[in-house]
Design a protein around this ligand. Sequence first.
Ligand code: CMP
Length: 149
Amino acid sequence: MEDSQSIAAEALREVPLLSGLMSADLSRIARIGKRKRYAAGEPIVTKGTFGGGLFLVVSGTANVDVGGKIHALGPGEFFGEMSLISTKPRSATVTAAESVDVLIIHAVDFKAFLMANPSLAVVLLERMAERLREVQDRIDTGGQLPGAG
Ligand code: CMP
């Protein structure tokens, strides 16, 4: 039976990051992931801080502030992968744009999934490359990053 803290494994199949996983893995993520709700305006992760795992947006929108540009992340998208992989502080502040439901997967659990599922690592790398490229393009075009002029 499903309680308010859990999420159906089937719902996770809709998350592009997880679409290559087998049913048993989706069930495991559904079981170990922690559901949390953030109110509009509440910070979910704060730039410069450590820890907290990977966040999957279940419903609502989270805003990532990167060098003055806001990226809206909606249902099925994820954030928090950067410090999870590099064990460095959070690279940006992510705030609930409205009421946001997330599923949080702890770093140690998620790293185990990455090792066992190369397809997951590839999707993660693709998204990280896109995020890096967007910032790089702004630097190249003299965009809004601090110090970029
Ligand atoms: P992390 O550094 O752990 O915490 C902040 C998160 O914001 C980061 O992981 C990414 O998931 C996300 N993030 C950082 N830069 C960008 C970007 N340029 N576009 C979208 N999301 C980003």
